[in-house]
Design a protein. Structure first.
Lengths: 242, 452
């Protein structure tokens, strides 16, 4: 039986937008295909274990501050793991922490781990609502990604850094440049929750396949019956475009 | 226009609203009145000889207010917003019909509490609990807590707080005053083994350390203390001890008060209803309007508020309507239902309208997994029917039908089997369901229900 390992960072602090839904979807979609999915939770003070995919969710401001310094300890280890092919999925607050820094309203600065070239600053209002992206992982076959966003941070990508997708409906990284999230090889950051993966099974499967390929498995994943997932996604898109 | 004329005009809007079949006139008249006269709540409230009491919480406002009314009504004529219209417009609408009332008893939305309290100068405010709820509407939990803390520190000497000591976040607010009345549950036998994953306030408000619980009752509530700074649950004035659950029928407990103890059998299941009963009892004690016998009689007389474990007959099937609107509340409903091992037929209605919260990600923080094996069939309905169907599929439910329209969904779920049907619905989905049940003569309109 093949296996993937997920390192779930700070689930006790970063869980505000039902982040456990993302883990549940990875776990079930593996189980339905007889793939073992081992989830290792990593708390404050714990060492960073080897994993095929690291997950970093979103938290309240207070919780993010509590974990920011601890995460900084792992910056080099995480960068080394990524260079050896490990993936990272970071949502909302976790996305902001992937960058260089987050500057608050009062000019206070929380440092990130600098895994990708982006910065975030607090904006005057929250950007809240349903969101739809177009993602071009395969330029010949663009995919829709749907969910919900709720963030005060405005995130700006460095020159040449690729977004996760282009905004079709909603705000995205900053409400200005039409970009959402970040994708640098196996590192994905995004403001899209809802949670992210249930309504976007193609992305869940992309992450699973990528994690499996590290163990030398390159067979396509067995297809699943995604009728409910696709219908939920279709309804979410229709609501977003109203 | 003089104030009396403005109030009269607003009252006639209520009558029109009922006549036109648009609803009970529970918010529109108040909205009009507040537009005409922004200080109307204060002016009308001043006409109540015994003043007013307010009840706020993330979960249990409507039920607590109804329990408090049941306790207080033998002693005082009450003016209430019993239909759950708990924004300033709803309070103002209720105040248009003081009709010789002595005391105002209002449930108030968490975010609106500070403004209503500022205009009404209540004699007591009940703070029940704070849970993660509709983040797109209320913002983070800390923001609501900050508003409540500011309100508590501004309260005049004539106003007092009645607070849930088991909620560390609420306790940090109640501590702003030194005359707060504290209520909570004292029963180590009912504790959970571990904290539920959706628990909200795990870290000390003062020092950031992790709370330690001698007993966890639900969510982040329980008998807590912080080993790093020494903060701990306040000493209880009003407590529930020796709880006994009778399935989905009732729960009984020893209600301990400063003037004596009394056994109470609540005609509702669930630990959360014990908290609601404690809040109502503590309020009555604070207002000096009940003795132990009066508390027990009031609580035992009580019947469920609309859509809160409301029993209805669907065809020949005894069924139950349950409001679910956030993870903490929904998890307690799930835990209560799972306590009865019988196979279950369910209807789950998920809407994403503004009053429900546009963001429906919270359904992934609800432990539907606990119930999945008991569910032989579920019909999913509402604006996000497929989404809740998908959630239940990942929880392990096997037979799932998705019917977004209310009427076909209700007919489908009632068409098979003969056991009870459990109808779980978000706020506007519950109103949709109830409207349909009213048309079929199965329940009364919610504004009449509230007046009963």
């Amino acid at each position: 039986m093949s296996e993937i390992r997920i390192g779930h960072l700070y689930p006790e602090h970063l869980n505000i937008y039902a982040d456990r839904g993302n883990i549940a979807v990875l776990d079930r979609r593996c189980a339905w295909r007889d793939i073992a999915c081992r989830v290792i939770t990593i708390g404050i003070g714990d060492p960073l274990p080897a994993a095929d995919l690291y997950y970093l969710g979103g938290g309240q401001d207070r919780d993010q501050l509590l974990i920011a310094d601890d995460l900084a300890r792992h910056a080099d280890t995480l960068a080394a793991a990524v260079s050896e092919g490990a993936g990272v999925l970071a949502v909302c607050g976790g996305f902001q922490l992937l960058g260089h820094s987050y500057r608050g309203h009062a000019g206070d600065e929380m440092r990130g781990i600098g895994l990708v070239d982006l910065v975030t600053e607090a904006g005057p209002s929250r950007m809240i609502g349903n969101i739809v992206l177009e993602c071009r992982f395969d330029p010949a076959a663009p995919k829709r990604l749907v969910g919900f966003e709720n963030h005060a941070g405005r995130t700006w990508l460095g020159a040449g850094v690729q977004p996760l997708g282009q905004v079709v409906h909603g705000y995205g990284n900053n409400g200005v440049d039409g970009l959402e999230g970040v994708r640098a090889d196996g590192v994905i950051g995004t403001y899209v929750h809802g949670p992210l993966l249930p309504k976007n099974p193609w992305l869940a499967d992309w992450l699973i396949a990528r994690a499996l390929s590290r163990g030398g498995e390159h067979e396509p994943l067995a297809p699943l019956d995604d009728a409910l997932e696709l219908e939920a996604g279709r309804v979410a898109q229709a609501i977003s475009s109203r | 226009m003089v104030f009396r004329a403005k109030a009269g005009l607003s009252r006639s809007v209520a009558a029109l609203s009922r006549l036109s079949g648009r609803g009970g006139g529970t918010t529109l008249p108040g909205r009009l009145l507040l537009r005409l006269q922004p200080d109307a709540i204060g002016r009308l409230g001043a006409l109540l000889p015994d003043g007013a009491a307010l009840i706020s919480a993330t979960n249990g406002k409507t039920t607590t207010a109804k329990m408090a009314a049941s306790i207080l009504s033998p002693r005082r004529a009450l003016c209430r917003n019993g239909s759950g219209a708990n924004l300033p417009s709803g309070v103002a609408s209720a105040l248009l019909h003081t009709d010789g009332a002595d005391l105002g008893l209002f449930e108030v939305d968490e975010a609106a509490l500070a403004s209503v309290a500022a205009t009404l100068s209540p004699s007591a405010i009940v703070l029940g609990n704070l849970f993660r709820d509709q983040l797109d509407r209320y913002g983070e939990l800390e923001l609501v807590a900050e508003r409540w803390r500011a309100l508590a520190s501004r309260l005049s000497a004539g106003s007092s707080l009645v607070c849930n000591a088991d909620d560390p976040l609420v306790a940090s607010i109640g501590r702003v005053r030194d005359d707060t009345t504290w209520f909570g549950i004292d029963d180590p036998a009912i504790g959970l083994d571990a904290m539920q994953h959706a628990a909200d306030s795990k870290w000390c408000v003062h020092c950031g350390g992790r709370y330690v619980y001698d007993t966890i009752t639900l969510g982040h509530l329980g008998d807590w203390h912080c080993p790093s700074c020494g903060d701990a649950r306040p000493r209880l004035h009003v407590a529930a001890r020796d709880l006994e659950f009778d399935g989905l029928r009732s729960v009984s407990f020893l209600l301990c008060t400063p003037s004596g103890d009394v056994r109470v059998r609540l005609p509702l299941p669930g630990l959360y209803n014990v908290y609601n009963a404690l809040a109502a009892a503590a309020l009555a004690i604070r207002l000096d309007l009940a003795d132990p016998a009066g508390l027990a009689a009031g609580l035992e007389r009580f019947s469920a508020a609309f859509g809160r474990f409301e029993r209805i007959t669907l065809g020949s099937r005894e069924s139950v309507l349950l409001l679910v609107k956030n993870p903490a509340g929904a998890n307690e409903v799930i835990r209560t239902l799972a306590g009865d091992p019988a196979a279950k037929t369910m209807l789950v209605a998920l809407n994403d309208r503004i009053a429900d919260g546009r963001d429906i990600s919270w359904i992934w923080d609800v432990d539907f997994e606990l119930l999945a094996r008991q569910v032989d069939r579920v019909v999913c309905t509402g604006t996000r029917a497929a989404e809740i169907g998908m959630r239940l599929k990942y929880a392990g439910v096997e037979r799932i039908d998705v019917l977004p329209q209310t009427e076909p969904a209700l007919d489908a779920v009632a068409a098979e089997g003969d056991g009870p049907v459990y109808l779980l619905a978000t706020y506007t989905a519950m109103l949709d369901l109830r409207r349909l049940l009213e048309q079929r003569g199965l329940v009364r309109p919610f504004w009449e229900e509230a007046a009963a």
